[in-house]
Design a protein around this ligand. Structure first.
Ligand code: NAI
Ligand code: MG
Length: 374
């Protein structure tokens, strides 16, 4: 039998994206070696501002074919706002990939890791463990609308929300399946049907309809405003939380923020129904939540955990569940054991954003070694 093998497009991008990618690749390699599968990394220098400044475009003409040859996309961070405006760098790369590959799910885990200071008081590691599922293609972020009577007293501006049955049902289907796969089997839906009286009742209707197919999943819904309060006040009660593009955007920043620093948060942009045998393959993309962090770029102190954890989500997506579990437990062990290690060995692996004096390399190496040795 042939060895399981995956081809990964690696796009480090700009700034700290270039610094957190190498340790993350080493961690993935280590996990692959342990579980007997192969990873072929294809690294590209495009989707970066450096490439843009040299070539006048963010990506080459054949970008799509190059990415479609791969099983998944591993993306660092793009942006160099001092030299290239953000709308050019982001729309010319990341947002184009998300759109062209119809990555309709944005998934983020919110998990309180041992050793990470929780901004919420009195929370124990493990007590917060939920996922936010954001609709990533339609909803409030439509470009339908316009302005009339510009510059006059009658100046009028309208932007429409677009909910399609296909678009709403596919994100709900994914969220229900995800909830079903987890021990708590609970789904929370974000709504605002008291204020937004056409589209949000429709969203609620689709949730209720689909809930009939998932009698084993507990379903609850909250208006977005009180749901934000609940994220802060009782985050331990959530399991899978699903929202439209706008509500999901808010929740997918608030959720990870409730569990620690932006440097550790990962994110997946998924087209979960795409198959390699389809007429056109739509690969999914895995990235840290953070950007290129120009303020600390080049100093070697960027936290690599967000990128490593994004790689962990990619392993999960590729079906390598054991390898994914090992990477997550290595992250937890290293961060949870960091204080003891500092006391016993005098080695600080925590990067400055986590209150330590560690470096990208020391933290990355510690996680890699843990994966190799466990
Ligand atoms: P940012 O996430 O790059 O940085 C925000 C703050 O968090 C900074 O103080 C930074 O030093 C810190 N930080 C971020 N990641 C860190 C890490 N791994 N370790 C330690 N500290 C970390 O967001 P900002 O400053 O708003 O944007 C900078 C550039 O990144 C812009 O060009 C922006 O457009 C781009 N960006 C790109 C994203 C992407 O590629 N998905 C996402 C967000 C921003
Ligand atoms: Mg956001």
């Amino acid at each position: 039998s042939s060895k399981r093998s995956y081809t990964i497009a690696v796009l480090p991008g700009d700034g700290i994206g270039l610094e957190v990618t190498p340790p993350a690749l080493r961690c993935l390699e280590a996990a692959a070696a342990r579980f007997g599968f192969a990873l072929e990394f294809r690294s590209f220098d495009w989707a970066s501002c450096t490439y843009y400044l040299k070539h006048g475009v963010m990506i080459p003409d054949n970008w799509k074919a190059l990415l479609q040859e791969c099983d998944a996309i591993f993306f660092g961070a793009v942006g160099d706002p001092a030299r290239v405006p953000d709308h050019i760098s982001l729309w010319g790369s990341l947002l184009k990939f998300r759109r062209e590959f119809d990555e309709y799910i944005n998934l983020r885990p919110c998990r309180l890791i041992p050793g990470v200071t929780c901004p919420l008081a009195g929370r124990a590691p493990g007590s917060i463990d939920f996922l936010t599922v954001r609709e990533n293609t339609e909803g409030e972020y439509s470009s339908i609308g316009g302005r009339i009577f510009e510059g006059t007293e009658r100046e009028t501006v309208i932007q429409n929300t677009v909910f399609t049955r296909v678009g709403v049902d596919r994100v709900l289907r994914y969220a229900f399946e995800l909830a079903r796969s987890r021990p708590a089997k609970k789904l929370t839906s974000a709504t605002k049907s008291n204020g937004i009286s056409i589209t949000m009742p429709y969203w609620d209707e689709r949730v209720a309809e689909m809930a009939k197919e998932y009698p084993d999943v507990k379903v609850e819904k909250y208006h977005i405003d009180i749901l934000c309060a609940h994220f802060v006040q009782r985050p331990h009660t959530f399991d899978v939380v699903v929202g439209s593009n706008l509500f999901g955007d808010i929740l997918s920043d608030l959720g990870p923020a409730c569990t620690g620093t932006i440097g550790i948060a990962p994110s997946a942009n998924l087209n979960p129904t795409a198959r390699k045998t389809d007429a056109e393959w739509m690969p999914s993309l895995f990235e840290p939540v953070h950007g290129s962090a120009p303020d600390i770029a080049g100093k070697g102190i960027a936290n690599p955990v967000g990128m490593i954890w994004a790689g962990q989500m990619m392993l999960e997506y590729l079906g390598e569940k054991d390898a994914a579990a090992l990477v997550l437990s290595a992250i937890e062990n290293v961060l949870g054991g960091a204080k003891a290690r500092l006391q016993e060995e005098g080695v600080d692996v925590l990067t400055p954003d986590m209150g330590g004096r560690g470096t990208t390399e020391s933290l990355g190496n510690a996680i890699e070694n843990t994966i190799r040795s466990k």
